[in-house]
Design a protein around this ligand. Sequence first.
Ligand code: NAD
Length: 481
Amino acid sequence: MTTQLFIDGGWTTASAEPIATYNPATAEVIDEVGSASSSDVDAAVDAARRALGSADWAGLLPVQRARLLFRLADLIEQNADELARLETLDQGQPIGVSRAVSVTGAAEHFRYYAGWVTKIEGTVSPISYPDTLHYTKREPIGVTALITPWNFPLMILAWKLAPALATGNTVVIKPSEVTPLTSIRLVELCVEAGIPAGVVNLVTGDGSVGAMLSSHRGIDHLSYTGSTAVGRLITHASADSNLKRLTLELGGKAPSIIAADANIDAAVAGNIGGGMLNSGQVCAAYTRFYVDRSREAEFVDKLAAGVAGMRLGAGIDESTQLGPLVSAKHLGHVERLVAAGVAEGAEVVTGGNRAERDGYFFEPTVFTGVTDEMTIVHEEIFGPVLSVLAYDGVDELDALIARANDTEYGLAATVWTTDIATSQRLANGIKAGAVFVNMPPVPDMAAPWGGYKASGWGREMGPQAIDAYTETKAVWLHYGS
Ligand code: NAD
């Protein structure tokens, strides 16, 4: 059976050719997914436009809108087991990650922004005009398109949809064609929660459907998470159409710095957590390790032993620590970059090949002898591949910061040290949206998330997402004669 689109409160058959979605652990087809045509996209945008000003949506009191989001959070939890299994089936991530990160994270985002609905305030500004009241208020931007990637499909959709709805927008969702199944299920739960017709619409399909949205004049704001290359296309399309507002969460190449005084066991455990989560398919994954030369050998030995001991397997198996990559295409991308590392002279300490089993598995891989100019230091691998570089002590911290910043990206970074001054110098010097000290990269709905440089525009999560999904209106009221 082919999945359907959701437009104006009804499920409808897509007009274009369906696309198969695969189980990455077996390479078998799970489902055929409907592909939207441009007339389907127009219908979804029109429905979202009509719903925007409707009594059923715009007429809701804040407490009523909040109640819908609280109910959706509850429904996600009530269906947690099914959602986690579906995410693992379609995306490949270990079931423990699906439960603890994807599903729990999704529910928490809806509950957090449900709390915000009744707390979105304006200001009264001390303007220098006589007898004039000036106040600001937050208004929804309007019809918002949400385009999501395949690495954490459910949670990333939740971190967009929750603030979009909390602030009164209406939405058209376009999940990745590689992993659409939990997004479809979440839309069913939106209906069950009582979200009115037309407020949430879903168009599935490949990048061409995303391109229809990014050039659509009926879309007021587009929130996108995915590769920097596609982020650039979306930016051009916005500029060439209606200059729709953009929130862009793009690629990353996070450095991890291990100082001489670091607790190496903790750093190894944390870096395996931060580098291997979801088989390294994490935008904030640590992939470049700058280790004080005096601790390099110990770090490499322990890191290589740690990753080599990870249990590879299907995500649905409770004992699996490392699942497959998401697709055959992505497996090819990781293989190509590993081959480039070898060709450019890096040394493979462990791994280096696709695993000999069905599905899209790649061995956890550690490179040493890596130098700053190598492709594996600059390109986003998005796989279980870790590169170790050395540096020469705290006296060289400024040079180290320059090396860590020698990337077009600036999403996340981490620092492992027991010295507070070193941690502060590094945290202040690194150009990244989030710097973690002595811990792996974790998202939290209360903490702003986003990138410097080519890692994106704007911030999602936390109170910052309220800014991202609203316009500020200033009202001037002259009451003098
Ligand atoms: P991708 O860019 O291939 O696809 C992302 C989405 O964009 C998909 O829904 C796709 O169909 C759509 N798309 C493709 N071409 C399009 C076009 N021309 N116009 C509009 N939409 C189009 O990304 P991906 O491979 O699914 O995800 C991996 C990437 O996402 C990595 O670069 C990763 O760093 C990034 N990412 C970033 C964050 C963050 O918070 N910054 C989080 C997760 C993933």
